[in-house]
Design a protein around this ligand. Structure first.
Ligand SMILES: NC(=O)c1ccc[n+]([C@@H]2O[C@H](COP(=O)([O-])OP(=O)(O)OC[C@H]3O[C@@H](n4cnc5c(N)ncnc54)[C@H](O)[C@@H]3O)[C@@H](O)[C@H]2O)c1
Length: 313
């Protein structure tokens, strides 16, 4: 049975991943940590500790005390927040990853680190975006994610640390709100559709981005860490995707359930520029070939499931 430590456990992904890991590996085996205190659904359902992941010594002590053999490193500053405060994004994203990798090297842990479609930039082929291609991102978030992918590869090659990761597209979920990324519109639109019947979108109507529903993201997080290492050629930063969405396309899908739903547009130039520098469609064939990645939800099934939960919760 794995002994797992999760950093950034209170975020959009962590709030789903921790219960999933506790169900799979046993409550006592999954230590949730975050820089802030979290609610009883996390702190009373299994071990929890306040932990700033940029503090290498504290990370090392927590891993040792929990006797962890696997770290899911989720703590990070996301794209839109990172553009507001680039130095904070560099500090948190790079210092925490370096701390986690060093602790993993010293204590023999496997490490999962999520990368992002944010690693790509305006020079990258957009449709499809290959697994191995130009990566010259235009955001501080993307710069930290490219550096992070390379650092994870380095720790594997140089020190034999079992580092693995995927490049997530925008993730759609109910529950914990997204943490300030460029794809947040695809979550906000559902809340506003149910609560107000209308949504004012910060991206243009035909801006296309890759997306994935949270249950598929959780499957990816677990599957990559359980994958047979002898099959992994890429290890860190596999392209994964499930669907391609534009605001007008998702609005049309929502209208099949809520016919009076209305969408208007008030473009945020910062997030629009970020979105335009990102891929339209990832090629995820390496993930399919190397660890049998295959998403379950498409736009129609994701939309139906989101609306069912938001209308009844
Ligand atoms: N959500 C997405 O759409 C998406 C897409 C691609 C990649 N990712 C990546 O997945 C990871 C998790 O993303 P998320 O959406 O859950 O982010 P989020 O912003 O929702 O959550 C991040 C969590 O990290 C915590 N945190 C911040 N600074 C910390 C620190 N110094 N020490 C410990 N914890 C700290 C925050 O309190 C928060 O709970 C990130 O690496 C992100 O880049 C997310």
């Amino acid at each position: 049975m794995k002994r797992i430590l999760v950093t950034g456990a209170g975020g959009q992904i962590g709030s789903w991943l921790v219960p999933r890991l506790r169900e799979q590996y046993g409550e006592a085996n999954v230590m949730a940590t975050d820089v802030r205190h979290l609610g009883p659904e996390v702190t009373e359902a299994g071990p929890f500790q306040v932990l700033d992941a940029t503090q290498a010594k504290a990370v090392g002590q927590t891993v040792m005390r929990h006797d962890a053999d696997t770290i899911y490193h989720l703590a990070a500053i996301l794209s839109a927040v990172g553009e507001r405060d680039p130095r904070l994004a560099w500090h948190v994203n790079m210092t925490s990853l370096e701390a986690v990798l060093e602790v993993a090297r010293e204590q023999g842990c496997a490490v999962f680190t999520p990368s992002s479609i944010g690693v790509f930039g305006p020079d990258t082929p957009k449709d499809p975006t290959p697994q191995d291609t130009v990566m010259r991102p235009a955001t501080m978030y993307g710069i930290t994610k490219v550096a992070g992918e390379l650092l994870c590869d380095y720790y594997h090659r140089r020190f034999g640390v079992d580092t693995r990761g995927v490049r997530f597209p925008g993730l759609i979920s109910y529950g914990a709100p997204p943490g300030g990324g460029t794809t947040d519109w695809a979550v906000d639109i559902f809340h506003e559709a149910v609560e107000r019947g209308s949504y004012r979108c910060f991206l243009g109507h035909d801006t296309q981005l890759d997306m994935m529903y949270m249950p598929d993201a959780l499957d990816a997080l677990v599957a990559i860490m359980e994958a047979d290492p002898s099959r992994l050629v890429h290890r860190n930063a596999f392209n994964v995707t499930a669907m391609q969405l534009t605001p007008e396309g998702l609005a049309a899908e929502i209208r099949k359930h809520l016919p009076r739903f209305d969408i208007t547009y008030e473009i945020d130039p910062v997030r629009q520029a970020i979105a335009e520098s990102w891929p339209d469609r990832l090629d995820d064939s390496a993930a399919r070939a190397e660890w049998d990645w295959s998403p379950s939800f498409d736009t129609a099934t994701m939309t139906a499931d989101m609306l069912t939960h938001l209308r009844h919760d």
